[in-house]
Design a protein around this ligand. Structure first.
Ligand SMILES: Nc1ncnc2c1ncn2[C@@H]1O[C@H](COP(=O)(O)OP(=O)(O)OP(=O)(O)O)[C@@H](O)[C@H]1O
Ligand SMILES: [Mg+2]
Length: 449
């Protein structure tokens, strides 16, 4: 099997890590193996323990290798969108010989010029997405190669992230024994796979309801325009079920998946199921309605907060409505609940590929598609970063600057895990403050204001 035909998307989630192995044959993408293992060392989408994360990634890759029969050497990795900044940038170079055709070298040079013009301190450049080239006075050129002129200009979007966080991702993946083909902004990739062309054009809210966090991304004019992350997700629902019903987290997660309904008005009191209760010899009967009320209470809070943020930037009422992804989007009646909350059309995206028919695989698949669909020029520019990283990957050291108590309260939590600090976590406001302090930056935030 030719290595270059294989693409592996790696979604390092808070509750589970997914690896999707796809093969490209005759212009067709076939998924040939999937790995899906519980996560570790990840809190709210951020790697907080490199060793634990590396071994969870390795387990996932082992599973994906066993299923696909492919030895995985490199992966495309998704980054949470709230960690990155996407800023407009531009650069210009003079072409010394105006009769010589522009080639890859000149594209790399003009990209380097745009990067050095716009590089913010303490941030690492993840990618530069070209939007338009200009040769002398001719603009709107998407690929200038083969053309001639005396001046080449590039405008595009520069994607940067906090050095420490990006370092931890690189280090955990390197320790899992593979290299990174590409780091991709998760919501940016998801938009391209999950939304139709017109949804991306006219404007749609893409909502990833994950285990550790819930992300609303506004895609408009085919670009990611706004992002808001709420730091609660499915594991909070599990925890609520566990404490209200006095059952273990593992049982709570399993009844949530088996009997859970997101919108309590669709649940029926007479539908009952039995659960084992800690400290009681007899199983207890629980009705579907009570379970749904617990679930809905938490979802109302999460969706309500996202709605406030989206209202504040005037993003509600996007013609494309809302498209839900992430594990929690698999819960029955979630679309109805969200439609009621936001007053918009809502649909759930489930990948239409064998072995991936669950909303939580949306990002992994999107990462694969993103890499496959990159244009030639994007690839030439990305090579600048790929070369730099290959050179430095071999001697990545543990990040010494990390404030030792920075993530003190962020012990990784899985739905099934037993984390007694769950309810002592920081309030939303405190979390936001902490993120700001660490240099997080929402440069897209005010787009709709
Ligand atoms: N059928 C289902 N019904 C309800 N909840 C579900 C279902 N399937 C999965 N979940 C929940 O979805 C969550 C996991 O979703 P997902 O895999 O998208 O999160 P993640 O990527 O690990 O985390 P994050 O994106 O927040 O970092 C868990 O809380 C899990 O219990
Ligand atoms: Mg996720």
């Amino acid at each position: 099997m030719k290595e270059s035909d294989i693409y592996v998307g790696l979604d390092i989630g808070t509750t589970s890590i997914k690896a999707i192995v796809a093969q490209r044959i005759d212009g067709q993408t076939n998924v040939i193996g999937v790995g899906n293992e519980p996560s570790a060392g990840v809190s709210r989408g951020i790697i907080v323990d490199i060793d634990k994360a590396a071994s969870a990634i390795r387990k996932t890759l082992d599973q994906a290798e066993a299923k696909s029969g492919v030895k995985i050497s490199s992966v495309i990795v998704g980054l949470p969108a709230d960690l990155v900044s996407i800023d407009r940038c531009s650069g210009m170079i003079s072409l010394s010989d105006s009769t010589q055709e522009i080639g890859n070298r000149e594209i790399m040079d003009v990209a380097q010029a745009a990067i050095s013009n716009n590089l913010p301190q303490e941030r690492e450049v993840i990618n530069l997405l070209p939007e338009e080239f200009k040769i002398d006075d001719f603009d709107d050129i998407s690929d200038p190669r083969g053309m001639v002129g005396s001046r080449l200009e590039l405008t595009g979007r520069l994607i940067t992230g906090p050095k420490t966080i990006i370092h931890n991702v690189r280090k955990a993946v390197a320790n899992a024994g593979v290299t990174i083909d590409q780091l991709v902004v998760g919501a940016e990739a998801e938009g391209k796979t999950v939304l139709s062309d017109s949804e991306q054009d006219f404007g749609t809210i893409l909502m990833d309801l994950g285990g550790g966090q819930s992300t609303a991304a506004v895609i408009h004019d085919h670009e990611l325009k706004y992002i808001d992350v709420d730091h609660e997700g499915g594991q909070y629902i599990t925890k609520d079920i566990s404490s209200v019903l006095n059952i273990s987290l593992a049982d709570a997660d399993s009844i949530k998946r088996e009997y859970g309904i997101a919108d309590a008005q669709y649940a029926v009191v007479d539908n009952e199921f039995s659960i084992e209760v800690v400290g009681q010899s007899q199983p207890r009967k629980i009705n579907e309605k009570l379970l749904a009320e617990i679930i809905e209470a938490r979802l109302d809070q999460i969706l309500g907060r996202l709605k406030d943020k989206l209202t504040a930037v005037n993003a509600l009422g996007m013609p494309g409505g809302i498209v839900l992804t992430g594990g929690v989007a698999s819960m029955p009646k979630i679309a109805e609940l969200a439609a009621n909350t936001f007053g918009m059309n809502v649909r759930v995206y489930v990948p239409d590929k064998m072995g991936l028919r669950h909303s939580s695989f949306a990002l992994g698949l999107a990462l694969v598609n993103y890499a496959i669909e990159m244009s030639d020029v994007e690839r030439v520019i990305y090579d600048i970063f790929a070369t730099n990283h290959t050179a430095s990957a071999a001697n990545l050291e543990p990040e010494p600057e990390q404030d030792p108590d920075q993530y003190q309260e962020d012990a990784p939590v899985t739905d099934e895990g037993n984390d007694s600090s769950f309810f002592s976590r920081r309030s939303q406001g405190q979390q936001q403050k902490k993120r700001k302090k660490n240099g997080f930056n929402f440069s897209l935030k005010n787009f709709f204001e």
